[in-house]
Design a protein around this ligand. Structure first.
Ligand code: G1P
Length: 291
């Protein structure tokens, strides 16, 4: 029976070591990009596609994420009494969404983090968003993947071509293009050496998964880095069924990395309704002084 995608799983249990010391006591996912924490971009992206239920996989030192998506009545009352309507709207517009928080008790990898969501996902298809992959909010990547799912009821992964020098940071696929930008995946490898990568097409942090993934993750042994890899569980599915990929040609920033984080900040500041003009002027000035 066809089931609509109503839920999104957002893994947020990682230690964020690439941002130490900032992430010693605060979650990486709460680092702001302009004026919103990184994880809010992922929630807003899914909300735009009609998803209202979120399952966050968290861990130690991640309680700020829970507070962020909860109501803050003292602050709300304060803003209301001062007539700060737009600020009030800015902290209230996601309050209609439902959030469940599950702790991943041991850092056993992305596959294991997804498995932690099993009791909440049940037997429904669901989206996975990795919040440090920031997708241009003006693109409709997740929407296109969901539409493909609705037509084919199969797993869909977001893909992007990456330079050879970066391929070792990703799950990499082999596949054949079945229609413009859609691939039928034939193989995948988690973080290969550039010399053994099956292509230059990487899996990026958006997935549409079907609930049979849980069974395959349970049967997956630790892989790269000693972790239970989602890529390995997906590869096992390939022996029995089809997995598709959508090649995304829009902008994505790997904000889990310092340089990517800075790029995301600059790009999103240049789109921000309040600061964009002045920031652009500042940048142009700065660049001409750098030359
Ligand atoms: C994870 C996945 C990898 C994927 C990447 C996308 O890796 O394991 O297959 O390509 O996300 O960002 P991570 O970045 O968590 O090491």
């Amino acid at each position: 029976m066809f089931k609509k995608i109503k839920k999104a799983v957002i893994p947020a249990a990682g230690l964020g070591t690439r941002f130490l010391p900032a992430t010693k006591a605060s979650p990486k996912e709460m680092l702001p990009i302009v004026d919103k924490p990184m994880i809010q971009y992922a929630v807003e992206e899914a909300e735009k596609c009609g998803i209202k239920e979120f399952i966050m996989i968290t861990g130690k030192s991640k309680r700020a994420i829970e507070d962020h998506f909860d109501s803050a009545w003292e602050l709300e009352e304060n803003l209301k009494s001062k007539g700060k309507e737009s600020m009030l709207a800015g902290i209230q517009h996601l309050l209609h969404l439902q959030f469940a928080f599950i702790r991943q008790k041991t850092p056993l990898g992305l596959g294991h983090a997804i498995l932690c969501s099993k009791p909440f996902v049940n037997d429904e298809p669901f989206a996975v968003l990795l919040s440090d992959d920031i997708i241009d909010p003006d693109s409709n990547l997740l929407g296109k993947m969901m539409q493909f799912y609705n037509e084919h009821q199969a797993i869909v992964l977001a893909l992007q071509k990456v330079p050879k020098t970066e391929i070792h940071r990703y799950g990499v696929i082999a596949g054949r293009e079945i229609k413009k930008n859609f691939y039928e995946i034939t193989d995948m490898v988690e973080k290969p050496k550039p010399s053994s990568a099956p292509s230059d097409i990487a899996i990026i942090g958006r997935y549409i998964l079907t609930p049979d993934i849980f069974h395959f993750i349970e049967a997956t042994s630790p892989g790269k880095g000693g972790e239970i890899q989602l890529t390995d569980a997906l590869k096992a599915i390939l022996k029995k069924g089809s997995i598709y990929g959508y090649l995304f040609e829009g902008k994505r920033y790997d904000a889990g990395d310092k340089l990517g984080y800075l790029k995301a900040t600059v790009e999103l500041a240049l789109k921000h309704p309040v600061v964009k003009d002045e920031f652009k002027e500042y940048l142009l000035n700065k660049i001409s002084n750098l030359k």
